[in-house]
Every structure is written in C-alpha cells, then in structure tokens.
Design a protein around this ligand. Structure first.
Ligand code: UD1
Length: 420
C-alpha cells in the first residue's frame, strides 16, 4: 500500500493551479447519462473517484473516452445496462447519483446502496422518498435499491427533511425528464449544485433556482449534448490555503473561485492570515507568524463546510490558543483526532460532535494512518507543520480527492515523497 513521507518544518511558498472540483465533476458525469448526444466534461480532475465514475458509466454501456487534454467525453445514447454493482458503488458514495438519471431516462435502475468514506451512517432515504414522490416504485432488497417507472416520472412537490447535497442532485437530475413541473424544497445550496444545474440547462433542461433552497424543474422530453467546464475545487483550494497558514507560508492560488470560499477565507483571516483575492486568484501570506486558534462549526453551504473541518483541526493543533470544533453534518467525522494526537496534538473529544483543541507550539513527525478523504488531508497539513518525518499510510484515501498531491506540495517547496 502506498504511503506519503513528509518531512515538515518548511513554509509552503509559491504559485499553484487549483484543479476542477471533484464534487462537481461526479454529479455532472452522472448527469451525462441523461443526454441523448455526446457530452464533453472539461476540467474534470484526474482522481480515483472520477475514474470510478467513468468505470461505472462504461459498465452501464456508455462510451467514455478520456482525451489527451484530460477532457472526458461521454456518449450515453445507447445504454445497455441499468445496474450499478456493489463493487463500484461501495468505493464511492457519489456512484448513487446514477439512480436518478437512469430511472428518469430508462424507467428502471438497480443501484447498490452506497459506501464511500466511513464517516457515520449516511442514509439515502431522502433520495428514495423524493423518487417515490416523482412516481417511481422503489424497493430495497439485499443491499440494492431497485427503482422503476415504466411510464416515466411525473413532476411533483418534493420536501426534503434534511439538507442533502447528493439528494438534491439526484432529484434535480431525475426531474429533468419527468412530465411537468417539479419543485424541490429545502435543497442544499452548495456551489457544486449550481454547477450541475448550469450543466443540465446547457443540455436543454429547464432548471431554475439552483443555488437557493427551492429549485424548480420543468421536465423536457429529451436532452442534447454539450461541453461543460467544471468549476474549481473549493475544498482543494481551502486545503492548500490551510496548509500554507499552518506552515507560516505564503501562497498564490490560480484558477480558483474565491467567492465560493467565503467563510473559509474569513476563518483564515481570523487565524491571522493576510488574504488578497481577484476574480480567479487568492493570495495568502502569514508573514511568518504562528496562526491563532479559531472556533469552527460546520453547516450546510453557505456555512462552514464539513469538508474543511479536519484541515482546520490540524491548523488549530499548532495554533496559539484553544478552540472548539463542532461537527454538525456527519456523526463520525473525527477519525483524524486520534492520528493528530499521535503527532503530539492535544485534542479531546466530547461526544461525537465536539472537539476541544489546545494549540501547541509544535508537533513531532510519526507514522500515522489515513482513515477518510478529508481526515487524511489534515494529517498532511499536520505533517507539513511538524518537526521531523511523518509517514502517512493508506493514502489511497487522499488520491480519491487530491490530484497529484505530492507534485503540488513539492511545487510549493515541501519535502514530500510517495513510497510504494
Ligand atoms: C456531499 C459531498 C461530501 C460532503 C457532503 C456534505 C459529494 C460527492 N460529496 O456528500 O464531500 O461532505 O456533501 O457537504 O458531493 N442524509 C440523510 N438522508 C439522505 C441523505 C443524506 O439523512 O437521504 C444526511 C447524511 O447522513 C448527512 C447529511 O444528510 O448527515 C448530509 O449528507 P449529504 O449532503 O447527502 O452528503 P453527500 O451528498 O453524501
């Protein structure tokens, strides 16, 4: 199993291009199943999760080509299978996003219940409830969800009981080919949902209100092809910004969307970072100072993102002062605490959702293990800030969401090596 070896203590310095967003590319690739003509997805990041989605689309009978440029061309006009097997869905929860498009377009789908990061039980009840409201017959047996709507779906009012990103996306896609109007209430407002809505509209869908709590979709008979540029990855950008802050460095990110990082940039400023932004760039400079501890509470967008919680925990571990981190989205998203403490951090857990972090002047390198995607990026940040060498095991978790992480960190002057 591959490991990362990181020798810490060097401030991150330099310029870095941010990749396309994993969490936008995945639903967009699933949405390509709705189109009756070829779709080209530009700026999709080259990541394990994207490869898993490509494999899944191909297993359904879509023709998928990753061009030399990195663009992903999908032709899903003649699908032959409507079955997403456990082997593919278990490694990535976003695979479940093929359910809505398949049942909407072909009137049937069998999709394994999802796996993905082990961050608490992550039900899909809202996806299923919504599809049922749109007229699908949904059953769950032997680990598989079977949905059928031989006469097609019918637009309806759908009220989601929890704010769910994947649920909003699945239902938004399903409603595009339903008969009549669908109104989705209590939608997630993440920028990736806005990107998906923009993509669907380029296909000829009639989606409005994406990015707000209420989304309206007027169903159409058929969707055409399009070329779509995936938005920048706000979590990747945030992760490198926190890494620069934790190492008292200065970095300049390009091809990034600062307006999607509002509360993350505010928290970094509270931590003592000097931040300048342009339309598509962000500069962060710590002027050599140690960061200050900041309290964090995760919320649905536009609140503080759960996908940045672990990284700020690493920052707080070496910051001046104590802080409280409250995780409100997922019930088991503190697996990095134990590993950060192996590096010498002083973090106490209070139940499943509160961590108290007592900032220390320094951490010391040690062997640690990655447990989920964002947890592993917090270990990278802590290792970059620590004295000595840290080896991080099970970095396949990191490769799910961070494109060429060791090359990008090397570009910023870090001592990072991938060990086979
Ligand atoms: C997406 C992101 C993930 C991010 C998360 C929250 C992708 C590919 N992944 O995951 O990186 O951490 O949003 O911002 O975009 N829930 C239910 N019932 C449901 C669905 C969800 O109770 O039917 C609960 C979940 O257990 C969780 C909360 O709702 O507690 C939020 O989950 P959700 O927004 O659906 O997360 P994902 O779409 O899986």
């Amino acid at each position: 199993m591959q490991k990362l070896s990181i020798t810490g203590g060097r401030p991150l310095k330099g310029k870095l291009r941010i990749s396309g967003a994993k969490n936008a590319a995945l639903p967009i690739l699933a949405g390509a199943l709705l189109a009756s003509e070829p779709v080209v997805v530009i700026n999709a990041p080259q990541l394990q999760d994207v490869k898993t989605m490509i494999d899944l689309l191909a297993s359904l009978g879509a023709q998928v080509v990753v061009e030399k440029s990195g663009n992903v061309a999908v032709n899903a006009a003649g699908l032959t299978h409507f079955h997403a097997p456990y082997e593919l869905v278990k490694t990535m929860r976003a695979s479940f996003l093929v359910l809505g498009p398949l049942v909407a377009k072909y009137g049937e789908a069998t999709v394994s219940l999802p796996g993905g990061c082990a961050i608490g039980s992550r039900p899909v009840d809202q996806h299923l409830k919504g599809l049922t409201t749109l007229g699908a017959q949904v059953t769950v047996t032997e680990g598989y969800v079977k949905a059928s709507a031989p006469q097609g779906l019918t637009g309806a009012e759908v009220h989601m009981d929890v704010v769910t990103v994947g649920g909003t996306e699945n239902l938004m896609m399903a409603a595009c080919l339903a008969k009549g109007r669908t109104r989705l209430h209590n939608c997630a407002q993440e920028p990736e949902i806005t990107d998906l809505g923009n993509f669907l509209n380029k296909l000829g869908a009639q989606v409005s209100g994406h990015g707000t709590p209420t989304i309206d979709i007027d169903g159409v008979e058929q969707l055409r092809g399009c070329r779509h540029w995936v938005m920048a990855d706000r979590v990747e950008a945030g992760t490198y910004l926190v890494a620069a802050a934790a190492t008292r460095g200065s970095i300049h990110l390009v091809d990034v969307e600062p307006d999607k990082l509002g509360v993350v940039l505010e928290k970094l400023q509270q931590a003592g970072a000097h931040i300048d932004v342009g339309d598509d760039w962000i500069r962060l400079d710590m002027h050599g100072a140690r960061p200050r501890a900041v309290d964090i509470e995760t919320e649905p967008y536009p609140g503080f993102p759960t996908d940045m919680q672990a990284q700020f925990m690493a920052l707080n571990a070496i910051a001046h002062g104590s802080s409280t981190i409250r995780e409100n989205i997922f019930e088991n998203r503190f697996m990095h605490v134990q590993e950060l403490n192996r590096l010498g951090a002083n973090i106490e857990l209070h139940g499943h959702s509160v961590a108290k972090v007592h900032g220390l002047d320094g951490l010391l390198g040690a062997p640690v293990m990655a447990t989920d995607l964002r947890a592993s990026s917090s270990l990278v940040i802590a290792a970059l800030a620590a004295r000595g060498t840290t080896t991080i095991d099970r970095i396949y978790h990191i490769d799910r969401g961070y494109e060429a992480i060791e090359e990008k960190l090397q570009q910023l002057g870090s001592e990072v090596v991938r060990l086979n």
